[in-house]
Design a protein around this ligand. Structure first.
Ligand code: GDP
Ligand code: GDP
Length: 461
């Protein structure tokens, strides 16, 4: 399964980030009118009619102080286009065709990728009049949209996904643990992979059922087979040799996360957590993958007895989404402590697949709710937690049936208890509350069907 990358390009202020937010289904919190303002996220996982995709907002790749037409940004954009499955070129229908649009269109056409032309701000009066001017860009028929009002966005997504390559389902192999090694350029991904794989033990394999070049590496260790995803890409990345070309590594990272069960997120111990690490962490949780964090280049850190604990604390402060992930330190260069990642992979994978017996879960639940009953909701009534069941694995998803929706913090309390009791180290756990309506009271409510189906409450991801 490859995650299709839909890459949005266009000059500043046409509405790329607004569209991006729509595509990844978030409310517009951080759109500001000034051109060139960086957004905190410009890579996001979206879903449309059951298909998952990666949305990339190339506008967000620039730092605020960067000139939007600097060679660096042009290179970032060009490399994002290179990794794209579909390029969404965005123009501003209210402003009309500008020379900068033509420059960008040249770049897009040169890449020879499937492309769509989105003419945004069609809600502005008169914007539709110039629609067909944009046909001159040579990027196909202009698709009128309003990112802000969500007009035409569904059609745009539909068209984009129709042009993206189909997904190949990869059934998980018995006894195989799929690992994606991700992190910013230069943190030591290829060094670590080389270290873990060694030479003679490595089997390189193509994706089953494809004729593509081998991209994964297999390693047998005891009764387990580790599949390191897209090692070819990681080594290729190593050769880019430019630490600023982060756009490409992000797209590759997101794609390999999609194919992984466990993600090894490598952080450079000498640099600490950066925004890109936080974005990746976010994505790991969004996609429900297990995670292990490695502080690499530990050989370069001046250490005393407290250094590791302090480094972990600093890391957790910035990577709050993945507080479930164990943190290890190692040196891919010297090989020190590298082998310990395997133990962590096994634990994380086992947690990811763990199924808690319903009886044990409900016995524990009775104790937890007795010790801390859910606080009263907005209507003053205290919801009753009736019973719980684990609905699925990978990641574990636990559904609690209740007479009402408890506050989100209660979901966190339950999650903590579940983790303490059943040990889900290394995996996200989804806690979902469903309202269960009791027996209808006599004389009324004959039509009151069974509740359920409603998500909410403490659904923490
Ligand atoms: P970017 O620089 O290309 O990412 O553009 P933004 O998404 O930051 O949007 C630039 C400005 O255009 C913001 O003020 C948005 O509110 C506005 N905008 C975005 N989409 C629309 C739209 O569909 N209609 C209108 N009228 N304004 C929009
Ligand atoms: P990648 O871009 O994440 O694949 O990083 P590389 O594996 O290519 O490593 C980038 C640079 O960091 C190379 O010069 C490596 O030799 C160096 N490096 C990697 N791991 C370590 C480490 O644990 N300690 C030290 N001192 N250097 C390292």
């Amino acid at each position: 399964m490859t995650l299709p990358a839909l890459v949005i390009v266009g000059r500043p202020n046409v509405g790329k980030s607004t569209l991006f937010n729509r595509m990844v289904g978030r409310r517009q919190a951080i759109v500001r009118p000034e051109p060139g303002v960086t957004r905190d996220r410009h890579f996001g996982r979206g879903e449309w009619e059951g298909r998952t995709f990666l949305a990339v907002d190339t506008g967000g790749i620039a730092a605020p102080e960067d000139d939007p037409f600097s060679p660096l940004i042009a290179r970032q954009t060009a490399s994002a286009i290179e990794e794209a499955d579909v390029v969404i070129t965005m123009v501003d229908g209210a402003e009309g065709l500008l020379p900068q649009d033509a420059q960008i269109a040249d770049m897009v056409r040169a890449a020879g990728k499937p492309v769509l032309l989105a003419v945004n701000k069609i809600d502005v009066k008169g914007a539709g009049d110039t629609l067909w001017d944009f046909a001159r860009l040579g990027l196909g028929d202009p698709l009128p949209i309003s990112a802000e009002h969500a007009t035409g966005v569904a059609e745009l997504l539909q068209a984009a996904l129709a042009r993206a390559p189909g997904e190949e389902a990869e059934p998980p192999q018995e006894g195989e643990i799929r690992v994606a090694v991700v992190g910013r350029p230069n943190v030591g991904k290829s060094s670590l992979i080389n270290r873990l794989l060694g030479d003679e033990r490595t089997l390189v394999s193509p994706l089953p059922g494809t004729t593509r070049d081998p991209i994964d590496s297999l390693l047998r260790r005891g009764d387990k087979v580790y599949r390191f995803i897209d090692t070819a890409g990681i080594r290729r990345r190593g050769k880019i040799g430019d630490r600023k070309v982060e756009a490409v590594s992000m797209i590759l990272a997101y794609r390999s996360i999609e194919r992984a069960e466990v993600v090894l997120l490598i952080v450079d111990a000498t640099e600490g957590v950066r925004s890109m690490d936080a974005q990746i962490a976010h994505h790991i949780v969004d996609s429900g993958r297990a995670c292990v964090v490695l502080l690499n280049k530990w050989d370069l850190v001046e250490k005393d007895s407290k250094t590791f604990d302090e480094a972990v604390r600093a890391l957790r402060e910035k990577l709050v989404h993945i507080d479930f992930a164990p943190v290890l330190s190692a040196s891919a260069l010297t090989g020190q402590r590298c082998e310990r990642v395997f133990e962590a992979f096994e634990t994380a994978s086992a947690s990811h697949r763990r199924r808690v017996p319903t009886r044990a879960l409900n016995l524990a639940l009775a104790e937890w709710t007795k010790a801390h009953p859910p606080p009263a909701g907005s209507k003053g009534r205290r919801p009753k937690i009736l019973y719980a069941t684990q609905a699925s694995v990978a990641p574990p998803r636990i559904v609690l049936f209740a007479s009402g929706m408890p506050h989100e913090t209660y979901g966190r309390y339950i999650e903590n208890q579940i983790r303490e009791k059943f040990g889900f180290e290394g995996t996200p756990v989804r806690i979902v509350f469903r309202r269960k309506v009791g027996k209808p009271a006599r004389g009324r409510g004959a039509r009151a069907g069974r509740g359920g189906g409603r998500r909410g409450g403490g659904g923490r991801r």
